[in-house]
Design a protein around this ligand. Structure first.
Ligand code: SF4
Length: 192
């Protein structure tokens, strides 16, 4: 069932008309990945590489925040790397990435989350946090441990260079919180 779902997502072109170009669905993970990570949507770089977080956001997330190698991050025993939408949605008139199409979450992501037997969720960015925790303040979510489906859930600010202002305004994130988060991630990855 899981592999059929992955194949169906990889073939999906549902948003082609809306995007104005051929969608490139990016999927990465296994039904028993230890960590399910959900962010916003792939960037233009990822649209071309078809490998998640092969961009500036990925450099910050993998090497500075998690402090793990590509070998660990892209090991599908460790990370299921998902998003609110599987495809890069193109740019708006101001040159910013468009919002992820909501249809993808309903069409695919809910089914994926039901299939993966993970131990930890990591939700990245305010837009993804709003979907999973609609009534909570984003700041509160980042600085505490949360729970989804009775599983420990970490909420991170987006690691995009465009989000530098948030990081600067909340020095406790890099000084304290990310150290706790790194420890949690390492414990989950290294658990036998
Ligand atoms: S964003 Fe989701 S629903 Fe839209 S084409 Fe890509 S995989 Fe399909």
């Amino acid at each position: 069932m899981f592999s059929a779902l992955m194949k169906d997502i990889q073939k999906c072109t549902y948003c082609e008309e809306r995007f104005g170009f051929t969608p490139h669905p990016v999927v990465w993970g296994a039904s028993d990945s230890k960590i399910v990570q959900i962010s916003q949507a792939p960037s233009n770089n990822v649209h071309n590489s078809l490998k998640p977080f092969t961009d500036m956001s990925g450099k910050t997330l993998k090497y500075e925040w998690y402090q793990i190698t590509d070998e660990v991050f892209y090991n599908q025993d460790n990370f299921y790397i998902g998003a609110l939408a599987h495809c890069y949605p193109g740019k708006d008139k101001k040159g910013n990435d468009r919002l992820p199409p909501k249809c993808c979450f309903k069409k695919w992501v809910i089914k994926e989350l039901e299939c993966v037997d993970n131990q930890l969720y990591i939700i990245i960015g305010a837009k993804a946090a709003k979907v999973f925790f609609p009534n909570d303040s984003f700041e509160d979510l980042v600085f505490k441990n949360n729970y989804l489906n009775n599983k420990l859930t970490i909420v991170l600010p987006h690691p995009s260079p465009l989000n530098k202002r948030w990081i600067k305004k909340h020095p406790k994130f890099l000084d304290e919180r990310i150290i706790e988060i790194r420890k949690i991630i390492n414990e989950v990855i290294n658990k036998i």
